[in-house]
Design a protein around this ligand. Structure first.
Ligand SMILES: NC(=O)c1ccc[n+]([C@@H]2O[C@H](COP(=O)([O-])OP(=O)(O)OC[C@H]3O[C@@H](n4cnc5c(N)ncnc54)[C@H](OP(=O)(O)O)[C@@H]3O)[C@@H](O)[C@H]2O)c1
Length: 288
């Protein structure tokens, strides 16, 4: 932790998935990691991972929707180090379901975490980055922040909002030497598709006009994920690489298939792209 390359790093959502692995990996490389989670009862998995890697991190409570908890963590880091080098805005979740099957409350809650939560943390850390004229803000977006998909509208909206905000912030903070980075992963084996998966209130309502389509899509995704999950450690490794760069790019799409899809989405006329996409999604679907 005392090496001159060691950085002071705050990470949100470290109870599982990318956050947990990034915290353990970066701590094992000698960085001063503040691994936060909203429920400290869930710290066991991170503690085990840290032990396995012979690493140490400070584990603190932080709910991205609660500015008081954010303030306490930032105050503690300020007292320990006087600055923050890196923040990884990782906390987030997804909810599946067509717009009319979702309640407004479900959509608002998602925005509170995936979008306003990132803003809450970012607002609190910038004052601890500006005096050193350096710092990196890494926002874990998603490939879902680059294209829309049926039954993913709420998640798409939260990540699209994060993309727009981050691109704007990139310009705003560059003059102060602070870098903003977006990571846009595809599907990785974390709890987001498992025990943390959420579905719209009316997802299972057989009276919904979307019932058959949303269940068809869920089955398709479940089937696809069986063989196509990637290792979340790859994202932790990418984060480590980005942290080592003096001038990282704004956007990182980790997988080649996602890069290909986004390129097609950008270069093809939308009518053609969306025709192909719908044919792929709903192949074999019967509406009766
Ligand atoms: N896995 C993928 O395929 C994938 C792909 C693209 C993007 N992402 C993004 O990657 C990020 C991490 O997700 P993951 O895949 O690692 O899923 P995960 O295993 O479900 O982890 C999500 C983490 O976020 C935390 N969290 C949720 N709401 C929070 C809040 N209000 N305050 C603080 N922490 C909160 C969760 O805490 P609790 O345990 O308390 O719920 C958990 O620690 C998310 O932003 C997600 O959208 C994931």
């Amino acid at each position: 932790m005392n090496s001159s390359h060691s950085k002071v790093i705050l990470i949100t959502g470290c109870s599982s998935g990318f956050g947990l692995l990034a915290a353990a990996r970066l701590a094992s490389k000698g960085h001063a990691v503040y691994a936060t989670m909203r429920d400290l009862n869930k710290q066991g998995a991170l503690i085990n991972e840290l032990k396995e890697r012979n690493a140490q991190a400070k584990i603190l409570p932080l709910d991205v929707c609660d500015p008081v908890s954010i303030g306490q963590v930032v105050k503690e880091i300020g007292a320990d180090h006087g600055h923050i080098d890196v923040v990884i805005n990782n906390a987030g979740y997804a909810i599946g379901g067509y717009f009319e099957d979702l309640t407004q409350e479900e959509i608002r809650s998602l925005m509170e975490t995936n979008f306003f939560g990132v803003q809450n943390v970012t607002r609190a850390v910038i004052p601890l980055m500006r005096p050193k004229a350096s710092g990196t803000i890494i926002n874990i977006s998603s490939i879902s922040g680059r294209y829309g998909a049926p039954a993913f509208g709420a998640y798409n909206a939260s990540k699209w909002a994060l993309e727009g905000f981050s691109e704007s912030l990139y310009y705003e903070l560059r003059p102060f030497g602070i870098r903003v980075v977006l990571i846009e992963p595809g599907a990785y084996k974390t709890k987001i598709f498992g025990e943390n998966q959420r579905l719209a209130k009316n997802f299972n309502n057989e009276g919904s006009p979307y019932f058959k389509r949303s269940h068809f899509l869920k089955a398709l995704i479940d089937e696809h994920l069986k063989d196509n999950y990637r290792d979340p450690e790859d994202i932790a490794a990418l984060i480590e690489q980005i942290i080592g760069k003096k001038d990282p790019a704004l956007r990182y799409i980790p997988e080649i298939e996602s890069r290909l899809q986004i390129t097609l989405r950008e270069i093809l006329p939308f009518k053609l792209y969306s025709w192909i996409y719908q044919r792929m999604l709903f192949k074999g679907f019967k509406d009766h």
